[in-house]
Design a protein around this ligand. Sequence first.
Ligand code: HPA
Length: 271
Amino acid sequence: MTRKQLNESVEYLIEKGFDKPEIGVVLGTGLGKLAEEIENPIEAFYNHIPYFPLATVEFHAGKLIFGILEGKKVVVMQGRFHLYEGYDLVDVTYPIRVMQRLGIKKLFISNAAGAINLNFKKGDIMLIEDHINLQGGSPLAFKNVGEFGNRFTDMSEPYDLEMRQKLLKIAKNKNITLRQGIYVSVVGPQLETKAEYRMLKILGADAVGMSTVPEVIVANHLNLPVVAISVLTDECDPDQLQAVNIAEIIEIAATAEPKMITLFRELIKNV
Ligand code: HPA
């Protein structure tokens, strides 16, 4: 990744009309509907944006959408890049750097995740308080990282406290149960074994998924305040583990999605 590449990606989007978005949103697997609510949308398919990684996963529409939500200029990623698709961590986080250069001042992230904390149920949503990176690498481990920010990025409070508090307040006002917990990222794409779910619980995780952590690391690298919400799509009980059903995961994500949309819309209004 070079500055020149980033500039070309950004110039392409500016030419298309992506005019100084204030807020960036990443929509996870099965969570793309918020994109349909954008007013005056301008779309850019990932595979048309210079230097963007090529989109592959069939669950995702794979486009960047600029427009208005709650009166604010936003840029929304409908679908994201995952390590398990064969990209590296620098590729996976490239869109975050592009959105930051377009001008976003805040980043909201969503994902589908499994519930490790068995007090949480499928269909619940969880505000990520902190994370554990088990993806075996860093999106900041490249030679010229210093050109883009501090190599030794502080991670003492990776998820913006002020926006988290706002989300908790919004959830309360809207009568939405918002769990809070620790998200652990794994590479995937295989799901976890019973032994792995037991391990993740011992490590202190409340939810497990295959995304978000690299994006949050890069947001912190860019001093970009970020919040993230997990939609819990399955219960990872090692003592009663069911065979995974991806169709069901996507279905549960869709049923919980309206709660996430309400929280994000209200937060957009309130930041
Ligand atoms: N593990 C990892 N990723 C996931 C899961 C899970 O159980 N559920 C949804 N995404």
